[in-house]
Write a protein that binds this ligand. Sequence first.
Ligand SMILES: [Zn+2]
Length: 66
Amino acid sequence: MGARDEAPVTMPVNACRHCVIPEIDHFQRWTEAAGWHGWKAPTQAQIKARMLARRANRIMRKAGAR
Ligand SMILES: [Zn+2]
């Protein structure tokens, strides 16, 4: 069904504050900015941005679905 060609993956709303891994499969991760870290709740601003991005993404996908 071409699911792989779908628009870029939107970040999960509950993805870590330091990276893009959702809480459920985060464990320990390394990023340049944060070094080794456990999952950290995203900030309100991050949550909001992600929800907006997700919504925009959905709208765009709908518009492009022909
Ligand atoms: Zn992380």
